[in-house]
Ligand binder design. Structure first.
Ligand code: SAM
Length: 262
């Protein structure tokens, strides 16, 4: 399948999956490779044939949805965000924080959050969810290639790993569960929710609004939502807290003067 055929197929199919082409434009090669493998498995030769197959077999849409998951992640991704969490957000929410990392990939994000909390002297428990069970297994194994660790400061890295595996003291703070962020949220409330580089990049506008409302409702009043560095959550009743770092907060709260907000 050529790149042009794949683009045409994705522009037609993504909105039908509640996804948006704009989010996939730059990262489409990962998706196109998987779609090409799927065509091979089905014995189909081109994008038009796959489109006819999708139209005739409703169950194939779930396969295509699986092909469309972008799984790129790494520890301490967007360094300034984790520094802000460590220095401002966690201390303001603490001394004890219940957090949810939605779309946690192989654990890089929730484990980074635990490392930030340990450095901040804040107690933390993180519910980490992803739709992909294979990624959650990798999170449980907690062994990472060099490319996943390149942004993690050397001092933290030295303390975090023992013989190539993340320390139990870090792993033990993270509870890994399979969950689709488009479904109802897990029971909260949470002080802090991270949903970065998932919903607000790849999902269609109406799905983004639904997810944003789920995330907002899962927060306690005054709790913080962290989105990706280039994302904006569409929900009402979220207000910018540290928007340059993607940090918003549940707005329907009266902040007492002299409260803990930075
Ligand atoms: C690009 S990674 C981002 C990982 C991490 N949040 C970060 O910013 O580094 C997107 C993750 O979202 C997951 N994902 C995609 N669709 C999802 C859905 N509907 N519900 C939950 N997770 C989803 C993917 O499996 C993948 O692990």
């Amino acid at each position: 399948m050529t790149d042009g055929e794949c683009v045409e197929l994705l522009q037609w199919a993504l909105p039908r999956l509640g996804l948006r082409w704009d989010g996939f434009r730059k990262v489409r090669r990962q998706v196109c490779r998987r779609v090409a493998r799927r065509l091979d498995a089905l014995g189909l030769t081109d994008g038009a044939a796959y489109r006819r197959h999708l139209e005739a077999h409703a169950e194939e849409w779930a396969e295509l949805d699986r092909c469309c998951r972008i799984t790129i992640s790494r520890f301490w991704r967007d360094r300034a965000v984790f520094e802000t969490l460590r220095d401002l957000v966690l201390p303001a929410l603490g001394p004890s924080v219940a957090a949810w990392s939605a779309g946690c990939a192989s654990g890089e994000e929730p484990y980074s959050l635990v490392l930030a909390a340990i450095d901040a002297g804040v107690a933390i428990d993180v519910l980490a969810t992803d739709v992909d069970a294979g990624l959650l297994d990798r999170a449980r194994a907690a062994r990472y290639p060099e490319s996943s660790l390149r942004d993690l400061p050397a001092g933290l890295r030295a303390r975090a790993f023992d013989d190539g595996r993340l320390h139990l003291a870090v792993r033990g703070r993270v509870h890994l569960v399979q969950h689709d962020v488009r479904d109802d949220p897990p029971p909260g409330p949470f002080d802090l929710v991270l949903c970065r580089n998932v919903a607000f990049t790849y999902f269609a506008d109406d799905v983004q609004r639904t997810v944003a409302e789920h995330l907002r409702r899962s927060l306690r009043h005054g709790g913080a939502l962290v989105v990706g560095a280039h994302e904006t959550p569409p929900a009402d009743r979220l207000e910018p807290w540290l928007p340059a770092r993607g940090v918003w907060r549940r707005a329907d709260v009266a902040w007492a003067p002299g409260g803990r907000s930075p």
